[in-house]
Design a protein. Structure first.
Length: 559
């Protein structure tokens, strides 16, 4: 656990009770003393206030708290690694949860009440979670720090019909009731309710085993727990989802719980004793990586590859003709982009990544050769397809990029270990699927052993892409040749030849000289502004070239 606020409160020896993002304890400043735990501290921001408004009412920041307690204040750690998009805003539910009120239950709520009883839930459990009902729909409320933040609706007749409040915050169900330094995460709300009925408090994810969009918003909350129990369904989707989530939250603190039946709710319905459930948590499997396994270990993965068909091709590129050759950008791969100065490498990449953003793929960019604001300006020009944007247009396009593009806030060279750490953070927290390094020259490698350092770095980059199933786009400059008109190939990438051997794809941009274009076109010949060569394609072995034309107004390549 690395949470600064929690560590400080525990070091001071204050007993507390946790409630979501807040620590509730007796106020250390109340003149008449406090025995009602009216003092709240936000475990993420460190902001505090006393709810004895007439007698005390003290409030302030984490800095103020340390100072008032007689300590030399330390700033709350908030590394400015990324040029982050502004924090997302969500809508609060406009509807109220029509709670099931036990004895005074409404007639139209009876079907839902009987349905929940059929799943093994008592009236006390239904009331504890403030479950609501309307006709044939269960209303599952999501609270954050005591306030209703979202409602999930589940139809008891048409089981596939599930939806949430529009534009509401995706968050963990039952998060406010978690105590201590450990947390149990289930796959469904009914599982969290079932474990509560067993006397075990748990949360559940809002979008099933595979939906990970909620992780970004709950990141700071989950960072405050030392140990995480993942109690997902025992089917293949549940197991895969648990492993994926553990990779995001940190394998070292996650364990997998396997129950006697498919999930906690099924255990409840079948009458599994509490001792058996507790034993499952005691026997939770640690996620210690195994280095040597038998071939059958990979059986399911191999079957998926054969069954994948066209989906094996990866996400399409921005150009159909390039996609035909490359078969898309695939997870677990590194693509090297090379070409002479002025050949359009950054322009090519910018256009690619904006296209990926439109397809719902998130990108993290390190642009060591250009300050972030200049890099973004070029991207906005491509989006607007014009040279100048007014202030309003800048705001509109940046808002569109919000949650789609993240830029590392480092100008100039970066240490390789730090860069990969930042990339891992973006993969785990923001679910980024594409990572850009522009360029390899700006990665701070030991010049006394530059070639071996390049090999080690690209090898580590390859490992990173496979670990998180993401794609890295690495700009590498070509070697100097006799003339800028010479077409660079795979072997002409500057540095150790191992870096192209390690890469999965090598893409070379060659810009035709202006006088040749002018001469050819004056003779009625069609000459491309830029030729994109695929010099290596490890997965499919297809090489080829695509002729592209550059539009000076939109700053885009077209085929």
């Amino acid at each position: 656990m690395s949470n600064q606020v929690l560590n400080y409160i525990e070091k001071k020896g204050f007993p507390y009770r946790r409630r979501g993002d807040e620590l509730m304890m007796n106020c250390p400043f109340c003149p008449d003393g406090d025995k009602e735990r009216k003092f709240a501290i936000n475990v993420i921001t460190g902001a505090f206030n006393c709810l004895h408004l007439n007698g005390c009412g003290v409030r302030g920041s984490f800095w103020d708290l340390q100072k008032k307690l007689g300590d030399n204040p330390e700033k709350l750690n908030s590394p400015r690694t990324f040029v982050n998009n502004k924090k997302k805003t969500y809508k609060l539910p406009e509807k109220e949860v029509v709670e099931i009120e036990g004895k005074s239950i409404a007639v139209d709520q009876i079907p839902v009440f009987e349905y929940l009883q059929g799943r093994g839930f008592t009236a006390e459990t239904i009331k504890h979670f403030h479950i609501g009902a309307k006709a044939n729909t269960v209303m599952l409320p999501f609270y954050k720090n005591g306030k209703l933040a979202n409602i999930k609706y589940r139809d008891i007749v048409e089981k596939h019909k599930m939806y949430q409040e529009k534009d509401a915050e995706p968050l963990l169900f039952n998060r406010d009731n978690v105590q201590g330094h450990e947390i149990i995460i289930c796959e469904g709300e009914y599982d969290a309710m079932a474990l509560h009925q067993y006397g075990i408090e748990a949360v559940s994810v809002p979008n099933g085993a595979t939906g990970m969009q909620w992780v970004e918003g709950e990141w700071e909350f989950l960072e405050t727990f030392k140990k995480i129990y993942l109690c997902f369904d025992s089917d293949s989707a549940g197991r895969e989802g648990a492993i994926t989530l553990a990779g995001k939250l940190g394998m070292w603190r996650c364990v997998i719980v396997t129950l006697p039946y498919k999930d906690a709710n099924e255990c409840l319905k079948k009458g599994t004793p509490l001792d058996d459930i507790k034993q499952c948590f005691e026997n939770a499997m640690e996620l210690t990586p195994e280095s040597i396994v038998s071939p059958v270990f990979f059986g399911e993965k191999i079957k998926k590859i054969f069954a994948a068909g066209a989906s094996l091709f990866g996400t399409a590129t921005a150009w159909d003709m390039l996609t035909d050759i490359l078969k898309g950008w695939r997870g677990g791969e590194v693509s090297i982009i090379t070409g002479r100065n002025g050949s359009g490498k950054s322009t090519f990449l910018n256009q690619s990544l904006l296209d990926l953003a439109k397809r719902g793929e998130r990108t993290c960019i390190y642009s060591g050769e250009m300050p972030p604001e200049r890099y973004l300006r070029w991207a906005l020009v491509q989006m607007a397809e014009k040279d100048h944007l007014d202030s309003t247009e800048v705001d509109i396009y940046l808002e569109w990029m919000n949650g789609r593009v993240y830029i590392i806030n480092t100008v100039g060279s970066v240490e390789p270990v730090k860069l990969l750490e930042d990339f891992e953070y973006a993969a785990r927290r923001y679910d980024c699927k594409h990572f850009v390094i522009d360029s390899l020259m700006k990665v701070n490698l030991d010049l006394s052993d530059e070639y071996n350092e390049q090999k080690r770095f690209v090898s580590s980059l390859c490992d990173f892409t496979k670990k998180f199933n993401v794609h890295a786009h690495l700009v590498a400059h070509p070697r100097k040749t006799m003339s800028d008109s010479d077409e660079p190939g795979k072997v002409d990438v500057k540095g150790n030849s191992n870096i192209t051997d390690l890469a999965d794809n090598v893409i070379v941009l060659f810009r035709t000289e202006a006088d040749k274009i002018e001469k050819a076109r004056s003779q009625g010949k069609d000459v491309a502004d830029t030729v994109v060569y695929v010099k290596k394609n490890r997965e499919f072995g297809i090489e080829g070239r695509v002729q592209m034309y550059f539009n000076t107004v939109s700053k885009k390549f077209f085929t």
